[in-house]
Design a binder for this molecule. Structure first.
Ligand SMILES: Nc1ncnc2c1ncn2[C@@H]1O[C@H](COP(=O)(O)OP(=O)(O)O)[C@@H](O)[C@H]1O
Ligand SMILES: [Mg+2]
Length: 261
């Protein structure tokens, strides 16, 4: 069974149709790259998947469970929205770390808030916190940040901040981890360390959707690539095929523009 099924997602802002009938599915443990020009709707698609935008039409299913059916009333969208969001993790271009919290606090914050909803939280608070911090330290160590747990974002490089953001997104064990241009805000010499940790996650079969302008990375790390153009999926398939032998004229144009710059 597919881990994610997206059917007929449409989204307009005012009179502008930004997502035009997007459908795709992905299998657990695979990596999907999404490429396309600026303005083609990539961020809006990730925001719809993460319940930050409500699509006008369409269905989103995770592990066979329908999380969104836009034909249902709008209030349905809000119902259990926090639970629905837990299926997805999102790593933003600009990290969005809390500046007033250390790396470890950024990673553990959401888990601690969730633990407060446990019936025995009051009695077992310190046990919960100890376990959550242990988990946070493990995740940061996995990101190569064992020496940086107590640092605040302003004391970290962009690459380190992004790795904290990845650890934070992993903390709640999402079914699908989404990246929106995770290296676009980084100096070129820092992109490598972030791409390396994402590659490591792919090797451990983390299910991921990666919007990126790093074409070589998209080709090498992904099992499937989608090229978006004007809010539509213009071309989709095996990265070796799409990059090596694009079928659509728009894909050819886009990829050639990339190899020039
Ligand atoms: N909240 C919004 N209100 C109005 N227009 C928006 C909003 N968000 C995105 N758009 C428009 O939707 C289109 C797609 O944007 P986006 O999803 O950010 O594309 P991409 O991530 O591929 O660059 C753009 O034309 C953008 O201006
Ligand atoms: Mg974008």
């Amino acid at each position: 069974m597919a881990i994610l099924e997206v059917e007929n997602i449409r989204k307009s802002f005012g009179s502008v149709l930004v997502l035009d009938d997007i459908s795709f599915s992905m299998e657990k443990g695979t990596v999907l790259s999404i490429i396309g020009s600026s303005g083609s709707g990539k961020t809006t698609l990730l925001r719809c998947l993460n319940f930050l935008e409500r699509p006008d039409t369409g269905i989103i299913r995770v592990n066979g469970e329908t999380l969104l059916d836009a034909s249902f009333p709008a209030r349905d969208f809000q119902r259990n929205i926090r639970l629905k969001r837990l299926h997805f993790g999102l790593v933003f271009q600009s990290f969005n770390l809390f500046p007033q919290y250390t790396a470890l606090e950024n990673v553990t914050l959401a888990e601690k808030l969730l633990a407060q909803e446990k019936p025995d939280w009051k009695e077992k608070k310190s046990e919960y916190h100890r376990a959550i911090e242990e988990h946070g330290r493990e995740l940061l160590a996995e990101m190569g940040l064992q020496d940086r747990m107590g640092n605040y974002p302003h004391q970290l490089s962009g690459g380190q901040c992004q790795r904290v953001a990845i650890a934070r997104a992993l903390a709640l064990n999402p079914d699908i981890l989404c990246f929106d241009e995770p290296t676009s805000a980084l100096d070129p010499e820092l992109t490598g360390e972030v791409l390396r940790v994402i590659r490591g996650l792919a090797e451990r079969h983390t299910t991921m959707i990666i919007v990126t302008h790093e074409m070589a990375f998209a080709r090498d790390v992904a099992d499937e690539v989608i090229f978006m153009d004007g809010g539509k999926i213009c071309e989709q398939g095996d990265p070796k095929e799409v990059f090596g032998n694009p079928k659509q004229e728009r894909t050819k144009q886009f990829l050639s523009r990339f190899s020039e710059t």
